[in-house]
Design a protein around this ligand. Structure first.
Ligand code: PGA
Length: 233
């Protein structure tokens, strides 16, 4: 069976105590490291260090990887408020790039997304590039380095946070197109993933995993998604 990547995007949610509590609760539920796939938690950036510390305390680095929700398009310098690739590289393995909320509220463009992809790949972080339509995929190959890991997450706007996921057949068609356009990329689906629909999307032949927003906020719900995807007991 194919390996499945499941990514939790917490967005702008949770206090530090809630984040650590979430990890403790998931630890109580999960029998051990996943044997076919990888789980990634993308918390607010200020919680990366404490979560990593707690994971090290439990020797849990093999079970869960950390990811950032964004990275600056700039390397260093006078860019107040930004977090650059070097500031993330010690903490994370993955970086979400170009999420539709970043494109909508923070002026992210395909050009800035491509710069971020280049920084990530240069520093051996895996970018998870979010696209809501195929036009956002077209310029991607010019930014990617062959042989470096790349993940593309298809997240249609109509499905994000609405409880109305994309049609699985349409998702499969788009995932197949993305793979043809960006050879070597793994493709995720995101948008209203829930314990009830996770297995359907994860089983699509061209889909390599899921990007989960709302349903990742409660450890027990996320655990149900993991159980559905990995058939865990
Ligand atoms: P959702 O969000 O699962 O809450 O729809 C997905 C995302 O925005 O990544």
């Amino acid at each position: 069976m194919k390996p499945i990547l499941v990514v939790a995007n917490w967005k702008l949610n949770k206090t530090l105590a809630e984040s650590l509590g979430w990890l403790e609760r998931l630890r109580g539920l999960l029998p051990g490291p996943l044997d076919r796939g990888e789980m990634v938690i993308c918390p607010p950036a200020s919680y990366l260090a404490p979560l990593k510390e707690l994971m090290a305390q439990y020797s849990w680095e093999a079970a869960i990887a950390l990811g950032a929700q964004d990275v600056s398009q700039f390397f260093e310098g006078e860019y107040t408020g930004e977090i650059g690739v070097r500031q993330l590289a010690d903490w994370v393995k993955y970086v979400i790039v170009g999420h539709s909320e970043r494109r909508r509220f923070f002026g992210e463009t395909n050009e800035s997304v491509n710069k971020k992809v280049r920084w990530c790949q240069e520093y051996d972080l895996t970018p998870i590039v979010c696209v809501s339509d195929f036009s956002q995929v077209v310029s991607l190959p010019s930014a990617t380095t062959p042989g470096k890991p790349l993940v593309v997450a298809y997240e249609p706007l109509s499905a994000i946070g609405t409880g109305r996921p994309e049609d699985p057949q349409v998702t499969e068609e788009i995932a197949r197109k993305v793979k043809a356009q960006v050879p070597g990329a793994r493709v995720l689906y995101g948008g209203s993933i829930s314990p009830a629909n996770a297995a359907v999307f994860a089983a699509l032949p061209s889909v390599d995993g899921l990007l989960v927003g709302g349903a990742s906020l409660v450890a027990e719900d996320f655990w149900e998604i993991l159980q559905a995807v990995y058939a865990l007991r």
